[in-house]
Design a protein around this ligand. Structure first.
Ligand code: PAD
Ligand code: ZN
Ligand code: ZN
Length: 374
């Protein structure tokens, strides 16, 4: 493309400091170095993890930064040595990489990659430099992908090439929310047919868990949220019961235990609060129950060890357990074959300039997923 090898000037939403609205600015995006890919983003979703970042609660991140990690786009140019994608390919930038070389990537039992942000900050690309500047200042990357920019540079091992037929304004959800929630049920919990499940938090992630539980053949899917406006969508996606903890005097884990006899087989926390993580754990049955934590918090948790002593399993999930470069293209093929309908999670589509409005909708509990179009 004519822009290959050149600095591109384009729009991006910059977070200059925690707790401040995003500022849509003109930024400069340097060309990709060896092993990197420059992507022209077509669309991006807004996830609660971006909100954690804006509030200054995301670990290992320094401001100013370009947030966003649920994007879809087209390869604009590639750096030296890149072989798996070429200009013009449709791609999903991956906030959870798959380097293919580390011991975890080589282990079929896990999707964690040692180059993930839990192993080291992703404010800068792996060579410890940024490709973004704005008003003469260096701007940080977020999770390497920074999808709130018209162009972004990412390492090759944080890009998945997808089917050319995929509608980018829909499949951007596979870059985080849908894949995470659906995979938490299918891969991490390994929900069995006929089982009972409880999902705490009915945002884009929690509702994707509902879809995963339904696809796995769960017999009863109990959806829990303090915002009853989320219940209609949860029912549409497969929830059999919807409950609001504020409608009960007794703790919700006791309500769920009474509803199911012993507690559910699988529980999921898709909120990101320490107290609901403990509640989700106590809601699965005391012996064979499995609780999966999805929500992100840096708060400490204190539990009575008896909760685990009797046999419960407590696990976390990153990116729904998918090895992303291998799995996201296949998951998108299943979407194209209409095996599930993740489009139902999209409640708002806004022009990119309205990015702050998208966050207001999320904060007010009015959206599931807002999609921004560049
Ligand atoms: P969201 O804000 O769209 O949804 C959260 C839902 O929780 C909302 O419907 C709230 O009403 C509900 N809620 C809030 N408090 C309570 C409560 N006390 N009891 C019951 N319901 C409550 O967020 P999201 O779906 O975008 O993300 C959910 C979490 O998952 C968030 O912490 C995010 O950072 C995390 C996440 N984790 C991964 C991962 O790989 N582990 C990936 C993506 C997102
Ligand atoms: Zn996310
Ligand atoms: Zn790896």
């Amino acid at each position: 493309m004519a822009t290959a090898g050149k600095v591109i000037r384009c729009r991006a939403a910059v977070a200059w400091a925690p707790g401040k609205p995003l500022s849509v600015e003109e930024v400069e995006v340097a060309p990709p170095k060896a092993g990197e890919v420059r992507i022209k983003l077509v669309t991006t979703g807004i996830c609660q993890t971006d909100e954690h970042l804006l509030q200054g609660c995301f670990p290992n991140t320094e401001f100013p930064v370009i947030p966003g990690h649920e994007g879809a786009g087209i390869v604009e140019s590639i750096g030296e040595g890149v072989t798996s994608v070429k200009p013009g390919d449709k791609v999903i930038p991956l906030c959870h990489p798959q380097c293919g070389e580390c011991s975890f990537c080589r282990n079929p039992e896990t999707n964690y990659c040692q180059r993930s942000h839990f192993s080291g900050p992703q404010n800068l690309l792996p060579d410890k430099t940024s490709r973004f500047t704005c008003k003469g200042k260096q701007i940080n990357h977020f999770l390497w992908v920074s999808t709130f920019a018209e162009y972004s540079v990412v390492p090759e091992y944080a890009v998945a090439k997808i089917d050319a037929a995929a509608p980018l304004d829909k499949v951007c959800l596979f870059g985080c929310g849908f894949s995470t929630g659906y995979g938490a049920a299918i891969n991490t919990a390994k929900v069995k047919a006929g089982s009972t499940c409880a999902i705490f938090g009915l945002g884009g992630v929690g509702l994707s868990v509902v879809m995963g539980c339904k696809a796995a053949g769960a017999a009863r899917i109990i959806a829990v949220d303090i915002n009853k406006d989320k219940f209609a969508k949860a029912k549409e996606l497969g929830a059999t019961d919807c409950i609001n903890p504020r409608d009960f005097k007794k703790p919700i884990q006791e309500v769920i235990t009474e509803m199911t006899g012993q507690g559910v087989d699988y529980s999921f926390e898709a909120i990101g609060h320490a107290d609901t993580m403990i509640t989700a754990l106590a809601s699965c049955n005391m012996n064979t129950g499995v609780c999966v934590m999805i929500g992100v918090t840096d708060s400490e948790i204190s539990i009575n060890p008896t909760l685990l002593l009797t046999g419960r399993t407590w696990k976390g999930t990153m990116f729904g357990g998918w090895k992303p470069r291998d799995s996201i293209p296949k998951l998108i093929s299943s979407y194209l074959e209409k095996k599930f309908n993740s489009d139902l999670l999209i409640t708002h589509t806004l022009p990119f300039a309205k990015v702050n409005e998208g966050f207001e909708l999320l904060r007010a509990g009015k959206s599931i997923r807002s999609i921004l179009l560049f």
